[in-house]
Design a protein around this ligand. Structure first.
Ligand SMILES: *C/C=C(C)/C=C/C=C(C)/C=C/C1=C(C)CCCC1(C)C
Length: 242
């Protein structure tokens, strides 16, 4: 019985029915765990050349699942989730950059490409953290973060990585294009959330009418589920194609 209860404690307390943010932390944790199990169990079902890509997909959702447990507890205790959120992102977003590198490696992607993506993503997140944690002006640091974000988009959509994807063609090209769409559309959820949360920017008045600043975690939780699980599924789809 005790073990049974402890197991539940490990998964955290069930959030109150009217706590929408708490519920999305709960569901998010489960979804990230389920996705990790799926990716890890499929490691040997794919051709060996895709194994690292699937492993990285599983690591991304696994790291998120662990941080979701911390964030859910912090949220339940009325504490800020910001530090856990950014520690999660600073581990998982560079791993998403690794996915671009891995699928284009055979077409000629080099560790120089990988380093550029990783540094840009780290810069995006560190500057974002300064703004979001209130350590500096939210608009300025958010703007700097946005520049790094645009640079990532440039590299994968128009830069050398885009050319390598064209060269690879076929299912690699379509997977690359899907991942680029995730970065352009799915990742855009975060700066919108940031503007609501920090009360800055042109979107604030408009967006805060349907998501209150204190529910900003809701926006990030939806973004994370779409992006982390979606990214992994695109890679999985590539790995099982033909
Ligand atoms: C799994 C987590 C992901 C894919 C997180 C992505 C986060 C971003 C793309 C965050 C971007 C931000 C800006 C572009 C400006 C404002 C500050 C940030 C950090 C929210």
């Amino acid at each position: 019985m005790e073990l049974f209860l402890n197991t539940f404690y490990f998964f955290g307390d069930v959030p109150a029915g009217d706590d929408l943010v708490g519920i999305t932390f709960w569901i998010g944790t489960m979804a990230m765990m389920a996705a990790s199990v799926f990716f890890f169990l499929n490691l040997n079902a794919v051709d060996s050349k895709w194994r690292s890509s699937i492993l990285v997909s599983g690591l991304i959702t696994f790291i998120a699942a662990v941080h979701y447990m911390y964030m859910r507890d912090a949220h339940a205790g009325g504490e800020s989730t910001t530090i856990f959120r950014y520690v999660d992102w600073i581990l998982t977003v560079p791993l998403m950059c690794v996915e671009f590198y891995l699928i284009l490696k055979a077409a000629g992607a080099t560790t120089k490409h990988l380093r550029l993506l990783i540094w840009a993503s780290v810069a995006m997140l560190l500057t974002g953290y300064v703004g979001e944690a209130g350590l500096g002006d939210a608009a300025i640091w958010g703007g700097l973060s946005g520049l790094a974000y645009f640079y990532i988009v440039y590299l994968i959509k128009w830069g050398e990585l885009a050319k390598l994807a064209e060269k690879a063609g076929g299912s690699v090209l379509s997977a690359h294009k899907m991942l680029v769409n995730f970065v352009i559309i799915g990742w855009a959820i975060y700066p919108i959330g940031y503007m609501i949360g920090t009360g800055d920017g042109m979107w604030y008045e408009f967006m805060s009418s349907w998501v209150a600043a204190e529910n900003i975690d809701l926006v990030y939780n939806i973004g994370d589920s779409i992006n982390k699980i979606g990214f992994g599924l695109v890679v999985y789809n590539l790995a099982v194609s033909k």
